[in-house]
Design a protein around this ligand. Structure first.
Ligand code: BJW
Length: 246
């Protein structure tokens, strides 16, 4: 069976085909950005309750700023890899809709040339003001004294990322895309964090789309997918995209 065989119940034959691609830290691993839960992952070095929860930020904002300042600087040296570029090529050349729903806070999909992207866990190169709500691109370090560029108040800036216990962004748009897609790909995510971890179950329940996991190794939910392809993203993603486009 081809990698993108429309199922019998996948909608009217003249409807435009649609692909939703969920990505996680594994797609950026070969660009030098750390994953979270692998043996040398970020959560083996820092306690996630300290740096990735609103409670941790309230307890020790300086530590949280230090953590994100370092990652913000590190990200600016990172380059997209062949997996990011292959997804951008898919978006440009596929005769239908391609939506990338990334859990990643990096900008490597954009740098790789993709355009239709939802950052459900936010963006590391943006900040948000807790006082006036202003969101903007920010490449420098932030401290408690850094004033908001709009309301000028200090002590309220935070990274524009989604911490545990906070609502991910654009949930309605993601749900709508999952409901109508014909192919669901999950790339480089361990399937530990909800709601993203539940998308494959939603896809299965609807019985409309084919689901494929592309990951270094089988994830927690691998058995939920119709197919699994294992290996480094820079190898398996370009090969898979080639198959779809031919
Ligand atoms: C390679 C590779 C290579 C390596 N090639 N592959 C049940 C339902 C709903 C919610 C919950 C629930 N149970 C619990 C919750 C709450 C919670 C949650 O999920 N907790 C779990 C720990 C159980 N979720 C939340 O709080 C979320 N909000 C929420 O649920 O709001 C309410 C709501 C309810 C119902 C519906 C809708 C909403 C918010 C979660 C926020 C997560 N934030 C973080 C930090 C972001 C900022 C930052 O970067 O610091 O997001 S945590 C971290 O994990 C980050 C990631 O996006 C996320 C996922 O990690 P990811 O990408 O999967 O990375 P890894 O490291 O886990 O996996 C990497 C994979 O790549 C591995 O499999 C490797 O093998 C592979 N790999 N190299 C290919 N070269």
């Amino acid at each position: 069976m081809g990698v993108f065989t429309m199922t019998q119940n996948s909608g009217p034959s003249n409807s435009r085909r649609s692909i939703v691609i969920l990505t996680g830290a594994g797609i950026s691993a070969e660009s030098g950005l750390g994953t979270f839960r692998d043996k040398d992952g970020i959560w083996t070095r820092v306690n996630l309750e300290d740096v990735a929860t609103p409670e941790g930020f309230a307890r020790d904002p300086v530590m949280v700023h230090d953590f994100y300042n370092a990652r913000r600087q590190n990200l600016q040296d990172a380059e997209p890899n062949d997996a990011h570029k292959a997804l951008a090529r898919l978006e440009a050349e596929f005769d239908g809709e391609v939506l990338i729903v990334t859990q990643n806070v990096d900008d490597l999909h954009e740098k790789g040339g993709a355009k239709n992207i939802i950052h459900m866990h936010g963006e590391l190169l943006k900040i948000r003001c807790g006082n006036c709500g202003h969101v903007c691109v920010w490449l420098e370090d932030i401290s408690l004294e850094t004033p908001c560029p709009v309301c000028k108040t200090s002590h309220y800036l935070r990274p524009h990322v989604v911490w545990f216990g906070e609502m991910p962004f654009e949930m309605g748009r993601i749900d709508a895309a999952l409901t109508t897609c014909d192919l669901f790909l999950s790339i480089g995510t361990s399937g530990n964090v909800y709601p993203a971890a539940g998308y494959v179950a939603q896809i299965r329940e609807m019985g409309r789309a084919r689901s494929v996991e592309l990951n270094l190794e089988p994830s927690e939910g691998a058995t939920m997918f119709d197919d699994c392809i294992n290996g480094p993203a820079t190898e398996i993603v370009p090969a898979f995209v080639d198959q779809i486009l031919t």
